[in-house]
Design a protein around this ligand. Structure first.
Ligand code: ADP
Length: 748
């Protein structure tokens, strides 16, 4: 089998395996019963180890499936394109599964499925049949099990894979402090290696010199920097120009999006670039400006920086802009990217010199140190194979920093990772799902499951987390998402009673049995936080009551009831945990009149709720076609954040619609408001455009143009094709017509 695999790799340009890759093979990677934890530096070739594992299973039995789990959707798409190109010619079918959480997707006939932990979890919640054919699961960036927000899901998933499914698990990890502990839990062979394709020199950078240090922390080389002139006053200018003039490229890691933008605005490399380079930069600049009908402020700033050979890259940029920046950087046209550390986790953009500018960042209102593991991932990006003799990972030091602290980041052990299973939002969601899937039926199976988690493996004592779970179970019970049998064979929701001391009394908890209710099952499938489910249900009932009351008293006055309900739905989804973080309110006076009007009718009386209203207003403006740049400015948010909000809102509105169906409320106005709201949010368009938006190749702008010209639906398009041509141009009109001919009209 090894020869067969090597041949395929060779045909794809891999002439020889790298030392860590050879090492894992020697340790028995091809033994399908053996789990692995592989901890090697960034960019040393972990993905290929995953590919070898997948090929080993699939080449032997084409009915088998392998899963490749990555942390981000963007990364999944990247790997999908790569694997498809490499392996489809051998008859291996590759699929990408990153769609909506309520979609089962037909993945029956595929061999390699690339997905995220959350999506896989949602597929399992939908009880997809093909899961029994999975024989191997590769988990990229498995150290994210220690991530507060997302680690819990990965942990539950792995616990299930280990106990319920007979699969080989291969975890790929960056350098961590406690790989042995993680490997023991995974029951995996551990392979640790510090081999890198390009040597990494680590150093401390100042304005005028770099001190390179050895593994013992001692200075091994002092490298003086020439002083270059920069009118924009960037402290990092000399460090940057020195590298660029030597044919290198630079990544600068900043602690916030704002800082990344500021840093790139401060750099101007124009005088050091050739005429051809400037010409190409101008072309890229124009490409950036042309992506959307009207460039946003951030887009203009990006274009302006790119014209000077520099870019920024962070979650506030749209996907399209990030792709352009990454591509131009790989081609060495853009010389410098100022970015947030998210860039270090994923897309392959190596550089010569990686500079870390900040060692601390703001997190939930506090300044906290950035983990050493993350800093090392950032500087590990340095060294482009076949281009650089070595990479340079540099921490920049300003006057406010302590040099000793800085050195500690470069040498010595890395932090250990710890289970984040106890994070309430995630734990809540998984307890519900475990009950829905009958993995947990009673107290005993609940405790057994918890005992097999990384949490139990690390902390031993599980009484604290069981206490938290107990509270969750009560919450799920009182929300009617589960029912409980207290030992007498009857499942029901039982109210707690209090004894004289205010302590709650109930039956013998060891005898408890749990069962999912239809509502609970749907919430689990919809993949929303049960607490959000409760909020949505509660608010839908409230809205219904308000509308009913209005029928009698007319207290909603001037509101158009459909508008009111639409706004209320956007307000209620803004109250869910999935919508966090909410936009910051500059001043309560802002849009005072609107707030006042809404406040009266929506019953809010605290500052927290104003945030929900503001979030709802953003979405409300969006679906009423307020131009994007106007909207961004009005609410002081970035395009990437707007996209994120829209994405979340789309999902939550869908979930709200699904829960509304189960609740059987039957209110004509609410039904009308919900109808088509998902598609309106997706495109940011008014109700009147919905029919047009359902047609492929027609988005917000095109639909508006057609509608204003009197073309309002499919029939109108067919009847007035010449007019459509003159409005949208020949090419697009043709595409649309073809789409309609094949009657492949998207229905919601
Ligand atoms: P990691 O996942 O460890 O961060 P990647 O798997 O993305 O790193 O590998 C970095 C680069 O090295 C990729 O472009 C990959 O194609 C290349 N690579 C991996 N293994 C080999 C090999 N044996 N020979 C040549 N190139 C390799």
């Amino acid at each position: 089998m090894l020869q067969k695999i090597l041949k395929i790799l060779e045909e794809n340009g891999i002439k020889e395996l790298r030392p860590p890759q050879k090492k894992v093979l020697e340790k028995g990677l091809l033994d399908k019963k053996k789990n692995f934890l592989i901890s090697i530096p960034t960019a040393s070739g972990k993905t290929l180890i995953g590919e070898i594992t997948l090929l080993n299973h699939i080449l032997e039995d084409r009915n088998k499936k392998g899963l490749f789990i990555v942390p981000l959707k963007a990364l999944a798409s990247e790997k999908y394109e790569e694997f498809k190109k490499k392996y489809e010619k051998y008859g291996i079918k590759v699929a990408l599964s990153i769609g909506d959480y309520d979609e089962e997707e037909n993945l029956e006939g595929y061999n390699i499925i690339i997905t995220t932990a959350e999506k896989l979890d949602s597929l399992i919640r939908h009880k997809v049949k093909w899961i029994k054919d999975v024989s191997v699961v590769v988990i990229d960036e498995i150290h994210l099990i220690g991530d507060v927000e997302r680690g819990g899901t990965l942990e539950v998933l792995i616990t299930k894979l280990k106990s319920k499914y007979n699969v080989q698990i291969v975890g790929l990890s960056a350098t961590i402090g406690n790989p042995e502990e993680l490997a023991r839990w995974l029951e995996a062979e551990l392979v640790v290696d510090d081999w890198r394709p390009v040597k990494l020199k680590k150093g401390v950078g100042y304005k005028d010199k770099i001190l390179f240090i050895g593994e013992d922390g001692e200075v091994v080389e002092e490298y003086p920097l020439k002083i270059y002139n920069n009118s924009r006053r960037s402290e990092l200018f000399n460090l940057v120009v020195d590298c660029v003039l030597d044919g290198g490229s630079v990544l600068i890691f900043c602690n916030s999006k704002k800082s990344a933008v500021n840093e790139s605005r401060k750099l101007d490399l124009k005088k050091y670039l050739s005429r051809e380079e400037l010409k190409e930069l101008k072309r890229i600049k124009e490409e950036i400006l042309s992506i959307f009908d009207k460039p946003t402020e951030i887009c203009k700033t990006l274009a302006e920086c790119v014209g000077r050979g520099v870019a920024f890259h962070h979650a506030g940029l749209t996907y399209e802009h990030r792709r352009i920046v990454e591509g131009a950087f790989r081609r060495r046209i853009i010389k410098v990217i100022c970015c947030t550390p998210t860039l270090s986790m994923g897309v392959n953009v190596p550089c010569r010199r990686a500079i870390v500018k900040d060692l601390k960042r703001y997190w939930k209102g506090k300044t906290v140190p950035i983990p050493k593991m993350e800093i090392l991932q950032c500087i590990g990006r340095a060294g482009r194979p076949n281009l650089d003799p070595y990479g340079e990972g540099i921490i920049y030091v300003n006057e406010r920093m302590n040099v000793k602290d800085v050195k500690d980041y470069l040498v010595g052990p890395v932090e250990s990772i710890y289970s984040k299973l106890s994070y309430p939002r995630i734990l809540r969601s998984h307890i519900l799902s475990l009950i829905a899937l009958e993995d947990v039926k009673d107290r005993e199976s609940l405790e057994n499951f918890i005992r097999s988690t990384l949490y139990a493996h690390q902390y031993g004592n599980i009484s604290k987390i069981l206490e938290d779970i107990e509270e969750i179970i009560r919450f799920l019970e009182f929300s009617r998402f589960i029912s409980v049998d207290y030992g007498d064979g009857r499942y029901r929701v039982k109210m707690l009673t209090l004894d004289g001391n205010g302590i709650s009394i109930r039956g013998d908890k060891d005898k408890e049995k749990y069962k999912i209710t239809p509502l609970g099952r749907r919430i689990s499938e919809l993949y929303i936080d049960p607490l959000s489910g409760k909020v949505i249900i509660g608010e839908l009932k409230k809205l219904n009551k308000k509308l009913r009351m209005n029928e009698k008293t007319g207290y909603l006055g001037n509101w158009d009831l459909l508008d009111y309900s639409t706004f209320y739905i956007l307000y209620l989804i803004s109250k869910t945990s999935e919508m966090l973080p909410l936009p910051w309110i500059r001043s309560c006076e802002e849009n005072f009149f609107f707030y006042e009007a809404v406040r009266r009718d929506i019953d809010i009386d605290d500052i927290e709720s104003l945030k929900y209203i503001k979030n709802a207003m953003i979405l409300y403006d969006w679906i009423n076609e307020v131009p994007e740049d106007e909207l961004l400015e009005k609410y002081n948010i970035e395009p990437g954040i707007l996209r994120y909000k829209v994405e979340q809102a789309k999902w939550l509105v869908y979930a709200t619609g699904e829960l509304y169906k189960i609740l059987n409320i039957k209110n004509r106005v609410i039904s009308q408001a919900l109808e088509g709201l998902k598609i309106r949010i997706e495109y940011g368009a008014s109700k009147e455009l919905i029919d047009l938006l359902k047609i492929k190749h027609i988005g917000r702008t095109r639909a508006r143009k057609l509608y204003n010209a009197g073309i309002k639906n499919i029939q109108d398009i067919v009847d007035n094709y010449q007019k459509v041509r003159s409005i949208l141009g020949d090419k697009i009109a043709k595409k649309i017509l073809q789409e309609l001919m094949s009657s492949d009209v998207i229905t919601e």
